[in-house]
Design a protein around this ligand. Structure first.
Ligand SMILES: [Mg+2]
Length: 255
């Protein structure tokens, strides 16, 4: 009997790195399939729609269907509709965020929105920031898809969603409510999609401060894989403790 029936698996740094597949990631997902274990691809990236994320994964050889993808955009949309009904939303972000909000029943507008939602937006402008700040000052709730300040890429560390949110927070004095890893809403949303309890779930990822904290803060076991964002040295010096650590996913024994 295996203890973990459901796996929430991080993507970048865990299953691939930039444009390169992690070969042991392919073996890992294959083993999950063979054992009949449930798993979802679990990402803070809100830019792309689930179809696009699945397509990218299939390009690396992963057996990914859109319904196996959990993004911070979907978790944010679910959280908003659960707490606010069908709110009007001013969204700053990519196609993935806007599609998730619309599909969940939010009405996208830049006129007197009930909520401002910010995700990573490569087309971010002063004008968008201004609209967000005025809406928040007029009383709109402020949400961020995820608080990641930096985005590791082949070019180097780029500004992440959290850095864009920090600008709006500085200009309004209002802090956003974050939804993505390591926050509870995306973890609850992921488990709901998996149909597992916290005891049956394992969060797998390369980032101590997002993936592993998501488990630690929400009572879920975690598997930290080195080779991505968090180095063994950083982990040793850090305070966040994973349930298990491996240097490579092929070391995992599916307990
Ligand atoms: Mg990662």
């Amino acid at each position: 009997m295996t203890r973990y029936r459901g796996y929430l698996i991080d993507l970048d740094g865990t299953l691939y790195k930039g444009e390169r597949v992690v070969p042991s990631g392919l073996g890992f997902v294959e083993s999950l399939e063979e054992r009949g274990l449930s798993y979802l691809y679990f990402t803070n990236n809100s830019l792309r729609r689930p179809e696009q994320v699945a397509e990218k994964l299939r390009g690396f050889g992963y057996p990914a269907k859109p319904e196996q993808v959990v993004t911070s955009a979907q978790a944010t949309a679910a959280f908003l509709t659960e707490t606010l009904g069908s709110p009007s939303v001013y969204a700053i972000g990519g196609e993935g965020l806007k599609a998730a909000l619309s599909e969940a029943g939010c009405r996208l507008t830049d006129q007197s929105p009930q909520a401002v939602v910010m995700g990573l937006d490569p087309a971010f402008t002063y004008d968008k920031m201004k609209t967000a700040c005025l809406a928040i000052r007029a009383g709109a709730d402020f949400y961020g898809t995820n608080g990641d300040l930096m985005l590791p890429t082949d070019e180097g560390l780029l500004p992440g969603s959290g850095s864009l949110c920090a600008g709006v927070a500085a200009a309004t004095g209002v802090q956003p409510r974050f939804i993505g890893k390591p926050e509870r809403p995306i973890v609850e949303y992921g488990m709901r999609r998996l149909g597992t309890t916290p005891e049956e779930t394992l969060i797998v990822g390369d980032n101590m401060m997002t993936d592993i904290r998501a488990g630690v803060d929400n009572g879920i076991d975690t598997l930290l894989v080195f080779g991505g964002v968090t180095s063994p040295e950083e982990y040793r010096n850090g305070t966040v403790r994973a349930t298990y650590t491996v240097g490579d996913l092929k070391e995992w024994e599916f307990i």
